[in-house]
Design a binder for this molecule. Structure first.
Ligand code: NI
Length: 182
């Protein structure tokens, strides 16, 4: 069964809020929202379910996209066929990042942006962050390539920023030559 979650569209001004730091322990409601978001993302990446429920495949979801302004996001990364890594990221902080910038060749997507958007979004190729998990334990993550992009995209959501904000509509492929595509 597809978990019942409602994802806000980019027109909703709530997405522009700066989400608040989270204190522990999490409420049962927040834990349920985390579990549902992970399940939803996983199902969206499995063809059988994405066809059945007409889902756009998504790798990440931030709580604000569900109307909850807390600094929480989840990422589901398909590491090999049908095998997924799950990340629950709370109150993340960037510790360091590469100078090198990358962008996603086919463009970024967002479950809140329901239209095609052309252009490149510069992201750090690598970064190190620290964040709490759902039990309030602090972890360090070293991220690279698509996972680094996904985390930066979600961290932007926590500050009310959408990927489309980072594309200059007059020159959507600006500085392309200074970055590596992935
Ligand atoms: Ni998004």
């Amino acid at each position: 069964m597809l978990p019942k979650i409602k994802i806000l569209d980019e027109k909703n001004k709530m997405l522009r809020q700066i989400s608040k730091e989270v204190t522990f322990p999490l409420s049962d409601k927040d834990k349920e929202l985390i579990a549902n978001s992970l399940k939803y993302l996983e199902m969206s990446q499995i063809e059988e379910y994405s066809n059945k429920y007409n889902l756009r495949p998504g790798m990440g979801l931030a709580f604000i996209q569900l109307g909850v302004p807390k600094r929480i996001f989840v990422v589901v990364d398909e590491v090999e066929d049908g095998k997924f890594d799950y990340y629950v990221i709370i109150n993340p902080k960037i510790l360091s990042h590469s100078e090198e910038l990358i962008y996603v060749e086919e463009g970024e997507g967002c479950l809140s942006v329901n239209r095609p958007v052309d252009g490149i979004v510069p992201r750090y190729a690598r970064m190190k962050i620290e964040a709490y998990d759902e039990n309030g334990e602090l972890f360090t993550y070293r991220l690279r390539e698509d996972l680094s992009v996904a985390f930066q995209h979600e961290m932007d959501h926590l500050d009310g920023i959408l990927f489309v904000d980072k594309i200059d509509p007059k020159n959507p492929f600006k500085n392309k030559d200074r970055m590596r595509s992935i």
